[in-house]
Design a protein around this ligand. Sequence first.
Ligand SMILES: Cc1ncc(C[n+]2csc(CCOP(=O)(O)OP(=O)(O)O)c2C)c(N)n1
Ligand SMILES: [Mg+2]
Length: 540
Amino acid sequence: MADVIEGHGGDLALAALRAFGVREMFTLSGGHVFPLYDAAHKQNFPIFDVRHEQSAVFAAEAVAKLQRRPGLAVLTAGPGVTNGISGLTSAFFNASPVLVLGGRAPQFRWGAGSLQEFDHVPLVAPITKYAATVTDTDGIAGEITAALTAALTAHRGPAFLDLPLEVVFSTGEAAEPGAPAVPVIEADPADVERAATLLATAERPVIIAGSDVWGGDAIDALRAVAEALQVPVFTNGMGRGALPPAHPLAFAKARRPALNEADLVCVIGTPLDFRLGFGEFGEAQVVHIVDAPSLRATHVSPVVSPAGDLQRILTEISGYRGSVVDHAEWVEGLRSAEDAGKARDAEAMAADTDPIKPARIYGELRKVLAPDAVTIGDGGDFVSYAGRYLEPAQPGTWLDPGPYGCLGTGMGYAMGARITYPDRQICVLLGDGAAGFSLMDAESLARQNLPVVMVVGNNGIWGLEKHPMNAMYGYDVAADLQPGLRYDEVVRALGGAGETVEKAADLGPALARAFDSGVPYLVNVLTDPTDAYPRSSNLA
Ligand SMILES: Cc1ncc(C[n+]2csc(CCOP(=O)(O)OP(=O)(O)O)c2C)c(N)n1
Ligand SMILES: [Mg+2]
């Protein structure tokens, strides 16, 4: 018989969380959740606290994304939970296994008007895979096991439980949680075979691989497919870096010619959303490989859409034994386009202008970033440039907000990344507008000795809104910020350090000082406000 654990609600919760490999909690204090703190405190389970609940959820999401295991945020009842909603929604869009444990006003006098009394579950149900109120102390561990199992089952995503005051403060017991059992979805072998045949026999195939390839631990299997069938690979989201940039099949710049000329586009582990032209690839046939049937597109009709465990599907495809069309000429042609694109980028990244162009910042950053550095993008145009100019050398080192596009991930993601990798460079790229959402959490980083480098592309505007609004209306409103604002002074005041850079030649030394500083350090770079990221659509 399984051993029995006893204790208050916090003790029972922690036992279940540990069984799933949860190793820390992110939180902002609230009395409704004290027993969770008490359990953590007694067991030396790390607690990291923040200045706004959004950062707690984003930190948990960063841990989940980078480590492919559940991240935990503990939020107090009512406003604590509602402040975490954008984080939960981002985790939902990003398939990140985040668990939010919420406090909840006492059940026994529900409706009488307790402090922070609010029924969170209907609010979070549409943005979670599992959302429930735990109604008795003995049920806490079992509910956490169910919630985390749902979060880890493909297609992955967040889960939410709230614990009424008397439920979490009371004592109870539960069976000692066993090893997690996460169901694996098997794809239809006929679909997999069809996809393999199409890839192998297409004249000009292209693979686009996204976050679920990383999330499903299928990076090596993806590489094996690309190499076995000699197919060029483009990536987005957490798929970036799946093939090292120098790999002969790794492409980034040649996307336009590739998609214009391809006769088959195989999209793996990412939705056919706005980032991929909604899956419309002209004459090309589309294969869409997803990690669960619910992810199959409904707005376009791929030729085949295998749905199941991506590692298994890709391993199967890499073992394809039929005849394979020679793609050498196709790959070679794209390589010339790629090289030309890289040469154009190199020129932009060397631009010696006054004021500084954002591209130059990335040129300087590339000189100081180690291959395993984690880079985090939180902003508008400034982050679009990061996507273009930074080439992650390894998978699992690039964090963007994902298709939900929520500004404010910066400090939370930075905290999660720093805790994941105590010895790596962690670099947050912030628009000056984006910085305003989370910069107060530089205090949380400084106080808890979590050094990261922040680089602000400070153009004094909400650039990704100001330029398009001007293009549309010939004027803009609500798009200006204070020019030249000293965000470095803000971080200094909060216990970190920083400096402002106005000349391109000063960028390199400033970045070197930042990475050497051992404290949260903000490099505030004043950039050219007239510079607009070139995009085909004006609607951001
Ligand atoms: C929470 C949230 N609010 C508003 C937006 C809309 N939005 C997208 S990009 C952007 C401008 C960002 O400005 P900044 O961070 O300064 O970067 P820049 O474009 O100037 O480089 C805004 C307001 C959003 N995506 N998320
Ligand atoms: Mg800006």
